[in-house]
Design a protein around this ligand. Structure first.
Ligand SMILES: [Zn+2]
Length: 84
């Protein structure tokens, strides 16, 4: 079965949401694609994927532990190369 919805994390909103293929095309670089929902047992973020809000930079700070496991790096790379 083809998965139509993809998970994203908004670093300005601080939440995880689902986007379909059409919506994905309009997303900017501040929407982080995720492979799957971060584990709620993470002792740093408890599955929220962020560890707090950075007041100076005005965005949420991504959990370093989960970023290695759950960010869809392939998706980021393919999106960048498609623009060239
Ligand atoms: Zn985490």
């Amino acid at each position: 079965m083809i998965q139509e919805q993809s998970l994203y994390f908004s670093i300005f909103g601080g939440y995880i949401y689902e986007a379909n293929k059409e919506e994905e095309k309009t997303l900017d670089a501040f929407q982080i694609p995720l492979i799957k929902k971060p584990s709620a047992s993470c002792n740093k973020c408890n599955g929220r994927f962020h560890v707090g809000f950075n007041l100076e930079q005005k965005h949420f700070v991504i959990c370093t532990k989960c970023s290695k496991k759950f960010i869809d790096v392939q998706k980021i790379l393919s999106k960048k190369s498609a623009k060239r």
